[in-house]
Design a protein around this ligand. Sequence first.
Ligand SMILES: Cc1ncc(COP(=O)(O)O)c(C=O)c1O
Length: 397
Amino acid sequence: MMSLLGKLRRLAETREEVLGKDDAPFGVPVEEVYSATEARIGGRRVLMAGTNNYLGLTFDRRCVEAAREALERAGTGTTGSRMANGSYTDHLALERELAEFYGVSHAIVFSAGYLANLGMISALLGPGDVALLDADCHASIYDGCRLSGADILPFRHNDPANLDRRLGRLGERAARTLVIVEGIYSMLGDRAPLAGIAEVTRRHGCLLMVDEAHSLGVLGEHGRGLAEETDTEQDVDFVVGTFSKSLGGVGGFCTSRRPELEMVRYASRPYIFTASPPPAVVAATRAALRVLRTTPALRTRLRDNAARLYKGLHELGYRLGPDVSPVVAVVLDTPDVALRLWRGLVEAGIYVNLMLPPATPDGTSLVRCSVSAAHTTAQIDRICAAFAALREHSSTG
Ligand SMILES: Cc1ncc(COP(=O)(O)O)c(C=O)c1O
């Protein structure tokens, strides 16, 4: 049996086998941030094409000023849980604004998107209940299911018929089942077939949760996400999301028309046993939500950029995810090829994300770009040009 530290030493060996000894591609230090799209990494000015800064709001003056005002007024942190001294009127205002944005009665703010999934799923489900989740769901969804003690049954990715069969087999237990999917999947940028999933879920009498982490501010006429875009908002019981992507902050939330949501505050360990988000973060997030609501042009710009990058890389012959979205994932044959491409891009001054198994679906190796509304057309073209220069080195053939 391997010792505790032995497991970590084993991990170090595996890491070296796959990645080599020097400049590991994970946890790369960002030395200076110049703007929503540029930073210094490894002493080099790089174009950031791998952030989740979808609306480019991290340096928006309104958000920065709101954060500065709150920092001066309310201090650096709350130093307490939402259930103790950490529920400021700022948190309550953000909850009201989120509920209003989604046109529902209730919203809860968590300290991270990760904790929103942990907190919601573990409060809704317990031993004997069932979590039926899309197999490609994010780690935070799996972890929330584990924390709940419920039975975890993944269904085939984006396959409502498979979901239907699994629910059919559950019989009466379907009434104690939570179905969980995402709006846009973070690895390949593809969307859930939400109308089909909602129909199956409704027919079997289950509750439906949708994680709109990557689709808030991106999809839908008002930016509410995939449920808005597919006209299924009435069928979704719980929307979960994060402040760390299109809103440029950190924190998470759940909105619902179900009044029972309020009791999650009393039942959710990841809500109760951690400090609440700092006032400056809450203020910046409220400002960002206002910008998101009042500036639909940002969404149009983001979609144009995503379509341009997707088309550019597709024309170069790269294998991509199935849908055009701000997550543009290039699928490579092996981890080695992906690593080579990633290094080539960084040397060309383009920062993207390298994604390797086991973090990826079906053991694929990905070089994942993320597009921002803040990217200029010239920057998108620069990303394409860098991929073009590296094209012939990007296959195993
Ligand atoms: C689908 C999904 N849900 C939740 C999260 C967690 O969000 P956060 O980074 O705010 O903790 C992520 C982040 O990567 C995500 O992709």
